[in-house]
Design a protein around this ligand. Structure first.
Ligand code: PLP
Length: 459
């Protein structure tokens, strides 16, 4: 054994304790760490020939890299839609690495059953019925990819071809209809060989990002019975707008289409009785995407995908080999997602649900929504700022009252980052450059919102 490795084996408890102590120190200061850190160029170090051992590596990381890491796990990082990591989920994540399970087949470990239990809990949390099966993937992009792959196979089934067997060429043109699709939908379609160009972005309702359902019906009618895919949005990134899932689903009585719902973070509206109506009808979907590293507050990377057609899913993702076995009625995860070998990504989610339950996570969601509404109210009172949309859930989308040019918005975003107080990401909403403040961290409190109001006022 390499001498460093042998020494580390002998000192394993101390080494893990050192890493733990460093993590505790980082998390104790997370609220004071700058939300964002301007990256400075670092020349890459040469590959070590003889390593420094785990404590040497920890020292190097501490000195060279950790100071440049953002406070994205902290309470005032409001860029993109970035959750933090609850205490229990961090513990679960550490144990995922310690056990190092490969959740591929069910013949050597209980780990796949833990993933099934976690998927069942999540299904219930998001108001889905037992008709939906699910699996963990790395993020909403992969969850959208899996849902759209099953959609593609479903269209093939209607046309009497198997895309998984014969390729996309067997399919011809396949229209994907959506009001305000997330960029990852285009990415998924590019990967699936359907092409970014197959998306038809439909008119949305006046002043909204939600699709105009009459317009959708007209487009479907024009397809003259040809099967299509509809991507409904449950929480758009700019203004957190929701398509009317019940109305869209009702169109299936008249037109053949696969209904995929991108509920990456909007799916969490189901946890708040006051907001659950926004996702009413989600159970009717054929496939559903929800991110977990956003509002469930588990560490990156983690998302779940659900579908009613596991049979089609297995046709696509099966990895049948003598040593892996054939897919059964309760297929192993190796036959369900793009990955073959995969970590026990379910464990951090399992930990946080076991630790805080439905009520604990409901409290996080409702607090973040209340904080977003509070910030929205304050911004509406500031004469030099203006809201670009009402605050429907956890994102405040706003701009400068006067001359909201991209250059001025970028300068404001930069000034906020450089203050270290917060991190907001710029966007363009209906042609107007603006900023988004997305609340999805379990640590954020009212005093954080007030600090953000102060920094906006001073800039
Ligand atoms: C974040 C997001 C995605 C992509 O999620 P990743 O986890 O980054 O892959 C897709 N759709 C919506 C609506 C999102 O908010």
């Amino acid at each position: 054994m390499d001498p460093n490795l042998a020494a580390d084996l002998a000192r394993l408890p101390e080494l893990l304790d050192d890493a733990r102590r460093f993590a505790v120190e980082v998390l104790a200061g997370i609220a004071d760490r700058p939300a964002a850190v301007a990256p400075e160029h670092r020349a890459p170090a040469p590959l070590p020939d003889r390593g420094a051992g785990a404590d040497g590596a920890l020292n190097q990381f501490r000195e060279r890299w950790a100071p440049g890491f953002s406070g994205s796990a902290g309470p005032r990082y409001l860029g993109f839609v970035t959750g933090g990591a609850t205490p229990a989920s961090v513990a679960g994540d550490w144990l995922t690495s310690a056990f190092d399970q490969n959740v591929v087949v069910s013949t050597d470990s209980a780990a796949p059953d833990l993933e099934r239990e976690a998927v069942g809990w999540l299904r219930e949390l998001f108001g889905l019925s037992a008709a939906h099966d699910g699996a963990f993937v790395t993020g909403a992009t992969m969850s959208n990819l899996v849902g759209l792959a099953i959609a593609r196979e479903w269209v093939g089934e209607r046309l009497g071809v198997s895309v998984a067997q014969d390729g996309v060429a067997a399919l011809g043109n396949l229209p994907v209809l959506s009001g305000s699709p997330h960029s990852s939908v285009y990415k998924a379609l590019a990967m699936l060989g359907l092409g970014r160009g197959c998306v038809r972005e439909l008119a949305t309702m006046a002043g909204r990002e939600a699709v105009d359902v009459d317009r959708l019906a007209a487009e479907l009618a024009a397809l003259d019975g040809r099967p299509a895919i509809v991507v409904a949005n449950a929480g758009t990134v700019n203004t957190v707008d929701f398509d009317d899932l019940r109305a869209i689903s009702a169109l299936r009585k008249r037109y053949p289409f696969w209904l995929h719902v991108d509920a990456a973070f909007g799916g969490f509206a189901a946890l708040s009785p006051q907001h659950a109506d926004l996702v009413a009808g989600i159970d009717e979907a054929d496939s559903v995407c929800v991110d977990l590293h956003k509002w469930l507050n588990v560490p990156y990377d983690s998302a779940v995908q659900f579908t009613r057609r596991r049979d089609l899913q297995v046709r696509i993702f099966q990895n049948a080999a003598a040593y892996l076995g054939l897919p059964t009625d309760n297929p192993d995860f190796v036959h369900l997602t793009p990955e073959s070998s995969r970590r026990l990504r379910a464990l951090p989610a399992w930990f946080t649900l076991a630790a805080y339950g439905r009520q604990g996570h409901r409290e996080i969601v409702e607090r973040d929504i209340a904080l977003a509404c509070e910030l929205g109210d304050r911004i509406a009172e500031l004469p030099r700022l203006r809201l670009l949309a009402p605050v429907r859930l956890n994102v405040v989308c706003f701009t400068l009252a006067e001359d909201p040019s991209a250059a001025r918005i970028d300068a404001l975003a930069r000034a906020i980052s450089e203050s270290g107080e917060s991190f907001l990401t710029p966007t363009v909403y209906k042609g107007t450059p603006g900023l988004r403040a997305a609340f999805s961290n379990w640590r954020t409190t009212n005093s954080d919102t007030m600090r953000i109001v102060d920094i906006l006022r001073s800039l």
